[in-house]
Write a protein of this length. Structure first.
Length: 257
């Protein structure tokens, strides 16, 4: 597995923004990882229960906040959602290994939940050249040892769930290693097929079974069950009346039961 180049910043506005600035200024190596003790304007979108938040709330030195640079080779634009799947599965697997009850799931498209609470946010930003992905910046924020939250609508953390504190540095290194490992198994070594990747992603989906309540940003509510996710990342839902509908990110709000 390729080695990661870790770059420490005591404080930044967001690690994704810092990664972009450094990409503009110099040639960063593949698998460069910028991490920080504190983000003053970390980004993360939550849409659940009708509430939205664009700022990732994180107490200094208590959580994981990092961005990993991936330089894909010959991955076309229409395959970019497979990178989301790799990252989401890697994080869910890593966190499930740390918890006694393996209830960590993926809230479509790539947030990480424990039961009905948000444990981790992911923001992946791609740049495109021609028909291929040039760079992927994978921004990850994991609630690790923080136990009090002021503004986040439905947060939890590893410490809250497990009742103990975790080694943040050790977890960062292990999680980044797993993301790279899964990425290379899919895209470089072809050990894991795209079909198997999808099945593993679908098996981890939050609300994968049964009818659940959703809403549109316009306020219409309905009950539906998850049918699948297509290659472009659209979520397919079967409404209670039997009709099928597809939704893009930000077109759907999860309503807590």
């Amino acid at each position: 597995m390729s080695k990661c180049n870790f770059i420490y910043c005591a404080e930044v506005d967001s690690t994704n923004s810092e990664m972009k600035r450094r990409l503009d200024a110099c040639k960063l190596k593949n698998y460069s990882c910028i991490f920080t003790d504190f983000q003053s304007a970390g980004r993360g979108q939550t849409m659940i229960g009708g509430k939205t938040s664009n700022v990732w709330e994180s107490e200094p030195k208590k959580n994981l906040t990092f961005s990993l640079l991936i330089r894909p080779e010959n991955i076309p634009v229409d395959m970019q959602f497979f990178i989301n799947q790799v990252v989401a599965i890697a994080i869910a697997d890593e966190l499930n290994d740390l918890l006694p009850e393996k209830n960590v799931v993926v809230k479509w498209p790539n947030d990480i939940y424990y039961n009905d609470k948000k444990l981790c946010g992911v923001l992946i930003e791609n740049t495109i050249i021609g028909r291929n992905i040039d760079t992927s910046i994978v921004g990850v924020g994991v609630n690790v040892n923080q136990q009090e939250f002021l503004n986040a609508p439905n947060p939890t953390s590893l410490a809250i769930i497990a009742g103990r504190l975790f080694n943040v540095e050790k977890l960062r290194k292990s999680l980044v290693k797993r993301i790279i490992k899964y990425y290379e198994e899919v895209f470089d070594k072809c050990i894991l097929s795209l079909e198997e990747l999808y099945y593993r992603y679908f098996a981890l989906l939050y609300r994968r079974d049964g009818l659940h309540k959703y809403a549109t940003p316009g306020g219409d509510t309905f009950f539906a069950s998850i049918v699948g996710v297509d290659a472009s990342g659209l979520l397919s839902l079967k409404h209670a009346d039997g009709s099928l509908h597809k939704y893009a990110f930000k077109e759907l709000i999860y309503i807590l039961d």
